[in-house]
Structure formats: structure tokens, C-alpha cells
Design a protein around this ligand. Structure first.
Ligand code: HAM
Length: 414
């Protein structure tokens, strides 16, 4: 079999120990914190109808146009693997009546985007995300950003920055698009090929084009915020003020667009210098997603776990710190002791102890070596003598001391 037979698909990784210990810490801390903020867990299917994503994320976005794993199933239905968590979450909540319109849910789930893999950009990645539905309220947006900050702190992540902006209300979309188009018109021939197309299709995308020439032009024209209604700018100011009261610093970046069409009003992104070109750890914002006759308003964010892990490593936080440690290792001298230790291991494990043993008859030296490798804190040794007396030898691996103890006492105190 060729080596490639054993490899996962490009841009998709197998995740195992020791790295998995960091994943578990991230998930455990997130669940604890979401509970404090009153968020319940939601698990939606990986597959959804393609229309769920097209309608909410937007037909002209990169995610929908270029990055989705979309296909027809045997019944000819158009399906897609979720590229993000908001669309599926709102699809679910929209079907929950009144309760769904005032809900707080979180998800920890794999997402799929068929992008060109590079550092920090994967085809299967994982998000920790939250969505809170409810009418627009700057305090809800500020609380959501505060939750996100708490989350990064709970993981031990330092050195991240929040950039914030606004997409304005729905009614601002046309004036903003018209204003930007007019301002860009004199520079049309100097924009990159993509942007010459984008200017008609989705002019906001010109604003966050990474091409240097386009960025220079964008610096010369008025920002999108200047074409918005006064109330929309006031909404952003109210979010920033609420954040200041909570001691959370943000940088206003009017060029922050976010590549998903469902956003209205507040949008934000968290970046970390450790990440290089793909430097966004998290993104979020307020949105309005129309489903059937309903337009569901909400606010939320998603953090990319892989990127958090890369950033944590630069903060000196490693997977090994969260590896399970200690526990008991049973050493069996002879076949009878081996059989009896199987029973003892079961009793110790039932009481919640991490307990291991060799399942074959091996030398004392080999068994001790294994106990050391496993990082056992305590070793329990049993041979024929101990079996006859109903005792075991208990060795403390830290200080090397050992004593013979009654088996029943050891089980009772375990
Ligand atoms: P997003 O900015 O597309 O937003 O993704 C959120 C985060 O997922 C990114 O900041 C990044 O950390 C991670 N991410 C995205 N694509 C990749 C990739 N190809 N490889 C590795 N990590 C990636 C959303 O998905 C919105 N649903 C967030 C949201 C929730 N807005 C409101 N509610």
C-alpha cells in the first residue's frame, strides 16, 4: 500500500494525543464559560440543504461561490457540508417559534471549506461559536464581544486584538454601495481584475481586497461608514461605549467588511500576530437571516480552534500541560497475580482511578519501565507471597518509599 493510503485528505487532519489534550481543554473551558452566560449547546447536522447557506451567507460571497463542498444526493437533492455554523443554527431556531427568537446557543463543530490549503487555512477546521437571537440592541453586541474576550482569557490566550466596524442597517446597503461605486469610479482602471468585477457584484469586497494597489485606492476614498445613516453610526458608538465601560478595548477599522452577507450593524474580528497571513482567530457580528417569511435577528461569533492552538503555542501553552498524569500501575509477578490484578484493576477503575497494567506475563523490570513511561504515581506490586497473605506492596514513585498493605485497605482508600 502506498504511503498516501494512510494520509488524511489534504487540508484535513487527524487529531490525536498529545495535541488532543489542548483540544479538550479548549472545549471544557468553553462549555464552562457558556454555562455562566446562559448558552445551551446545539448540535446541528454537518449536511444541510444547499439553500440554507445560499440564502443566508449570500450568493456572491467566496464561501458560497468557491468554497463549499456541495453535491447532489441520490435523490437529486442539492446539499452542502456546513462551511460555518450560523446558517444551520438559525435554520434550527427559526423552526422553534417564539422560543427560537430569543435563544442563546453554542456549538463546537467541524466546518468544511474547499479552499486552497496553506498555513492556518484548512479544508476541515473546527469552530467554537455562539449565536444569540433577539432584536438589535448594542448591549447584546457588547455582551457577545465580552463573552468572546472571556473565552480567550479562559484559554490563556494573550496578545489578541479586536477590530470592530459596522455594516449599517439593511436600509444603508444601497446608499453605501452607490457611494462607494461612485468614489471608486475614477480609479476603475487601476483596480485589480477581481475588483473590476466586484465593483458591480459586491462592491464591499473591493474594500477588503488584499491587493496592494486596491488597498491604496481604498485609503483615498471615503469609508463605507460615511454613506450610512446617522443612527447606524450611533449604534456602533453605543457598542463601543458599552465595551469601554467593561474595560474592553477595540480598534475601529472601517475597512473591516467580513465575507458573509448576513451581517447588519456591528461586525468584528479578532487577530493575533502569531498567525501570519491568516491572522483571524475569530469573527463575529450582528446579522439578520431571512428564512421563509421570517427574518431572524441575532448576534454571534465563531473562533477557529486550529488558529487558537497556533496562537496558544506562542503564549507558551502546550498540549503536554493538559496530558492526563499520575494514576496507579499494577505489577503482576506470575500468572495468578496477573489474573487477580485484572480484578483489582476493575475495582480501582470503578472508583474513578486511572489504572493500568500489562496484560502479559513480563519481567518485573519491564513492568517497572512501563509504569515509569506511563507516569504512574503509585505502583502496586503483587506476587505469590502477597496473594497468599491478602496483601500488596504499594510503592510511591515520587519518593521511592514502599510498604506492604492489606489489599482490602488499599481498595477502600483508593
Ligand atoms: P468566519 O470569519 O468565516 O465567520 O470564521 C470564523 C473563524 O473560523 C475565523 O476567524 C477562523 O479562525 C476560522 N476559520 C475560517 N475559515 C477557516 C479555514 N479555512 N481554516 C481554518 N480556520 C478557519 C464565521 O464563520 C461566522 N459564522 C461567525 C459568526 C457567528 N458570525 C456571527 N455568528
Amino acid at each position: 500500500m502506498a504511503a498516501s493510503e494512510f494520509q488524511s485528505l489534504q487540508g484535513m487532519s487527524d487529531i490525536r494525543a498529545p495535541e488532543i489534550y489542548l483540544w479538550r481543554m479548549i472545549e471544557d473551558e468553553a462549555r464552562k464559560l457558556f454555562n455562566c452566560y446562559g448558552y445551551e449547546e446545539l448540535r446541528t447536522p454537518v449536511l444541510e440543504k444547499l439553500s440554507v447557506f445560499k440564502r443566508s451567507i449570500g450568493d456572491t460571497t467566496d464561501v458560497v461561490q468557491k468554497e463549499m463542498y456541495a453535491f447532489k444526493d441520490r435523490g437529486g437533492r442539492e446539499l452542502a457540508m456546513c462551511p460555518e455554523g450560523t446558517a444551520g443554527t438559525i435554520r434550527h431556531l427559526a423552526g422553534c417559534g417564539e422560543e427560537g427568537l430569543n435563544a442563546r446557543v453554542f456549538y463546537i463543530a467541524p466546518m468544511f471549506r474547499c479552499e486552497r490549503p496553506q498555513a492556518g487555512r484548512k479544508r476541515q477546521f473546527h469552530q467554537v461559536g455562539v449565536e444569540a437571537t433577539g432584536e438589535p440592541n448594542p448591549l447584546a453586541d457588547a455582551e457577545c464581544i465580552a463573552l468572546q474576550q472571556n473565552l480567550l482569557e479562559a484559554w490563556g490566550l494573550v496578545g489578541s486584538k479586536i477590530q470592530i466596524s459596522t455594516r449599517g442597517a439593511r436600509s444603508d446597503r444601497q446608499p453605501v454601495a452607490d457611494g462607494l461605486r461612485e468614489a471608486l469610479q475614477p480609479h476603475l482602471n487601476n483596480l485589480c481584475e477581481d475588483c473590476q468585477r466586484r465593483i458591480d457584484e459586491n462592491v464591499l469586497r473591493v474594500i477588503d481586497c488584499k491587493n496592494e494597489g486596491c488597498a491604496k485606492i481604498v485609503d483615498q476614498i471615503p469609508s463605507a461608514l460615511e454613506f450610512m445613516a446617522e443612527e447606524s453610526r450611533q449604534y456602533l458608538d453605543a457598542v463601543i461605549q458599552a465595551l469601554e465601560k467593561m474595560g474592553i478595548e477595540v480598534e475601529v477599522n472601517p475597512k473591516l467588511v467580513r465575507g458573509l452577507d448576513y451581517y447588519v450593524h456591528t461586525v468584528w474580528e479578532i487577530t493575533h500576530d502569531a498567525l501570519g497571513a491568516q491572522n483571524a482567530i475569530a469573527g463575529g457580528g450582528r446579522y439578520e437571516i431571512a428564512l421563509g417569511k421570517k427574518a431572524v435577528p441575532g448576534v454571534g461569533f465563531a473562533v477557529g480552534i486550529e488558529r487558537v492552538i497556533t496562537s496558544l503555542e506562542t503564549c507558551g501553552i502546550t498540549a503536554e500541560q493538559f496530558a492526563p498524569k499520575g494514576g496507579i500501575w499494577l505489577i503482576s509477578l506470575g500468572e495468578d497475580a496477573l489474573a487477580e490484578n485484572m480484578k483489582l484493576a476493575r475495582q480501582l477503575r470503578e472508583k474513578g482511578n486511572r489504572c493500568g497494567m500489562e496484560l502479559a506475563d513480563k519481567s518485573m523490570k519491564a513492568q517497572m519501565r512501563k509504569a515509569n513511561r506511563e507516569g504512574a504515581e503509585i505502583v502496586i506490586i503483587r506476587g505469590e507471597d502477597e496473594l497468599a497473605k491478602g496483601t500488596v506492596v504499594v510503592k510511591d514513585m515520587e519518593d521511592g518509599s514502599q510498604e506492604e498493605m492489606n489489599l482490602e485497605d488499599v481498595i477502600r482508600n483508593a
